[in-house]
Design a protein around this ligand. Structure first.
Ligand SMILES: Cc1cc2nc3c(=O)[nH]c(=O)nc-3n(C[C@H](O)[C@H](O)[C@H](O)COP(=O)(O)OP(=O)(O)OC[C@H]3O[C@@H](n4cnc5c(N)ncnc54)[C@H](O)[C@@H]3O)c2cc1C
Length: 458
C-alpha cells in the first residue's frame, strides 16, 4: 500500500498540539508501527503522533475528527488480531509517553497512564507490598492502555480474572476530544452505566484510554511450579480439572504438546525438561503466603495419570520451567506469520476439540502445521497454524466454526480486531451486533476510531 499523505492543515494542527518532534512522518521511523507483532497484518500510515498527556490526546483526536482522518490507537503493538496497526491510511496515535504511575499502598490500587507497561505496574505493585493480578508473556511491552482496550487475559485469569476484573475506573478521550474520567477507585460505586467496563475490551473503537485505576491483589510470595507429562491430551485435560478442584493455591495452569516443546527446545537451545517424551504437558503454578509445595505435590505427585513430573521451588527453577511454555509464541512466529486463533471451549469439549482441530486443518491445508498450547485452566487454547498465506483464511473459518459448534468462544482473550471480524456472528446474535453498532455510533459518530476493527458493518 502506498503511504497516504498527511493533509497540511491536519499536520499543522497536530504539530500545534504535541510539538513537531512528536509528529513523525519519516518512513524509516514509521515502519515498526505499521506491521503487527505476528507480521500478518499491516498497512501504511501518514504519521505517528505521540501526545504527552490527556489534553494532548484530546487535541489530537479532535483535530483528526475535524479533518475526517481516522486514527489507530497504539500501545506496545503486541496485539495479536491486527487491531493495533493502520490498514487504511489511519494516523497512529501512540500512547507511550503517558507514563503516570501513582500507587496507593494503603488502598491497594494504582492509577497508571496508558503507556505504562504491565511489567512496570507489577514492579510498582510489588514495591508497595502488593501484586498486580494480570501477567502475560508480553509484559515488558504490553501497556495499560492496550491491555484495558483488549481486556487482556494471561496466565493468572484462573486466580484473578482478566484485565476487566482489575479495572476500577478509566480516563478516556472520545473521538471529538471530550474527556470522560472516573479514576476515584472506589470498589463500591454503583452510579449507573459501567463506562470503564464498556471501554474495556472495546479495542480502541470507542475511546482512547489515557489512564486506568487498577485494583491490586495481595502478594503471594511463595511459589511452586510443576511440569507434568501425560500420554495424551484427554489425560492431561482431566488431570488439570482435578487439580483446579483440589489445590486452592493454584494461580496458573497451562497446556502444551510435544511438537511445540520440541520447537521451543530447538529454537532456544534448551534441554528437554523431562527425561522421557510425552504427548501432552501441563504446567501448574501454586502460590501462597506459606509454602504450597506439599499441597501441590499431594495433587500432582499422587495423580495416577501423570507420566513424569519436574518441580521447581526456587525462582530460577520456576522461570526455567515457565520458559518452555512462554517461548511458544515467539518460537512459532519465527516460522513465518502464523494464523493465531485464540479460543475457549467448555471443559467437557476440550479433548474432542484438540483431536478434531488438527484433522480440520490437515483436511483443508495438508502442508500447514497446527500448534496448540494455552491457558487450560480457563479452557483457553491458542490454535496457531503456520505455513498458510497471510490472506488465506479458509482455515480460520473452519477452526472458528468448529469452536462455535462445541459451544466455545472464537476469542478467549486476544479480541476480535480485524482477524476475526468475519466470524463474530458465530458468537454474537444480530441483536447484539446491532447494539454494538448503536454504541459505536453514539460515542464515535464520525467513525474516527479504529474503523474496520471489532464492529462489523451493518
Ligand atoms: C509473546 C506474547 C504473548 C502474549 N500473551 C498474551 C496473553 O497471555 N493473554 C492476552 O490476552 N494477550 C496476550 N498477548 C497479546 C497482547 O500482548 C495483548 O493483546 C495486549 O493487551 C496488547 O497490549 P499493547 O499495549 O501491546 O496494545 P496494542 O497491541 O498496541 O493494541 C491492541 C489493541 O488495543 C488498542 N489500544 C492500544 N492502546 C490503546 C489505548 N490507550 N486506548 C484505546 N485503545 C488502545 C489498539 O488500537 C488495538 O486495537 C500476547 C502477545 C505476545 C506478543
Amino acid at each position: 500500500m502506498d503511504r497516504p499523505a498527511l493533509p497540511p492543515d491536519l499536520r499543522r494542527a497536530l504539530e500545534a498540539s504535541v510539538g513537531s518532534d512528536h509528529v513523525v512522518v519519516d518512513p524509516d521511523l514509521l515502519v515498526a508501527h505499521e506491521r503487527d507483532w505476528t507480521g500478518r497484518f499491516g498497512g501504511a500510515t501518514p504519521a505517528l503522533v505521540r501526545p504527552a498527556d490527556t489534553a494532548q490526546v484530546a487535541a489530537v483526536l479532535a483535530a483528526c475528527t475535524r479533518a475526517g482522518v481516522a486514527v489507530v490507537p497504539q500501545g506496545g503493538n503486541t496485539g495479536l488480531v491486527g487491531g493495533s496497526v493502520p490498514r487504511r491510511g489511519e494516523v497512529v496515535v501512540h500512547l507511550g509517553r503517558l507514563q503516570r504511575l501513582d500507587v496507593d499502598a494503603h488502598a491497594g490500587r494504582v492509577v497508571a497512564g496508558a503507556g505504562v507497561t504491565v511489567a512496570r505496574v507489577q514492579e510498582a505493585a510489588a514495591a508497595a507490598g502488593w501484586s498486580y493480578g494480570v501477567d502475560l508473556a508480553s509484559r515488558d511491552s504490553a501497556t495499560v492502555g492496550g491491555t484495558v482496550a483488549t481486556n487482556a487475559g494471561g496466565i493468572h485469569v484462573l486466580r484473578h480474572g482478566p484485565t476487566r476484573s482489575q479495572v476500577l475506573g478509566v480516563e478516556a478521550v472520545l473521538a471529538d476530544g471530550r474527556v470522560v474520567s472516573h479514576l476515584g477507585g472506589l470498589v463500591k460505586d454503583n452510579t449507573g452505566y459501567d463506562l470503564a467496563g464498556l471501554v474495556c475490551g472495546s479495542e480502541g473503537t470507542l475511546a482512547v484510554v489515557t489512564a486506568a485505576c487498577l485494583r491490586l491483589v495481595p502478594a503471594l510470595p511463595v511459589r511452586t511450579v510443576a511440569l507434568a507429562g501425560f500420554a495424551d491430551a484427554p489425560r492431561a485435560i482431566r488431570a488439570a480439572g482435578r487439580w483446579r478442584r483440589a489445590v486452592s493455591d493454584l494461580v496458573a495452569e497451562e497446556l502444551f504438546f510435544d511438537d511445540g516443546l520440541s520447537l521451543v527446545c530447538e529454537q532456544f537451545g534448551l534441554p528437554r525438561p523431562l527425561r522421557a517424551t510425552h504427548d501432552a504437558y501441563v504446567l501448574v503454578e501454586a502460590a501462597a503466603a506459606d509454602d504450597p509445595t506439599e499441597r501441590l505435590a499431594e495433587a500432582v505427585g499422587a495423580d495416577p495419570e501423570v507420566g513424569e513430573v519436574a518441580v521447581a521451588t526456587d525462582a530460577g527453577g520456576a522461570e526455567r520451567l515457565w520458559r518452555y511454555r512462554e517461548a511458544h509464541t515467539e518460537a512459532i512466529n519465527a516460522l513465518g506469520p502464523p494464523h493465531k486463533l485464540d479460543v475457549t471451549l467448555p471443559e467437557s469439549a476440550l479433548p474432542a476439540f484438540v483431536r478434531e482441530v488438527r484433522d480440520a486443518v490437515a483436511h483443508l491445508a495438508p502442508d500447514a502445521r497446527t500448534w496448540l498450547f494455552g491457558h487450560v485452566g480457563d479452557g483457553n487454547v491458542h490454535v496457531n497454524v503456520t505455513g498458510l498465506a497471510p490472506e488465506d483464511d479458509r482455515v480460520d473459518g473452519a477452526v472458528l466454526e468448529l469452536v462455535a459448534a462445541h459451544g466455545g468462544s472464537i476469542s478467549a482473550e486476544h479480541g476480535i480486531g480485524v482477524a476475526k471480524l468475519d466470524w463474530l456472528h458465530l458468537n454474537r446474535s444480530p441483536e447484539e451486533l446491532a447494539v454494538f453498532r448503536a454504541v459505536k455510533g453514539a460515542l464515535d459518530p464520525d467513525g474516527t476510531l479504529n474503523p474496520g476493527v471489532l464492529v462489523p458493518p451493518g
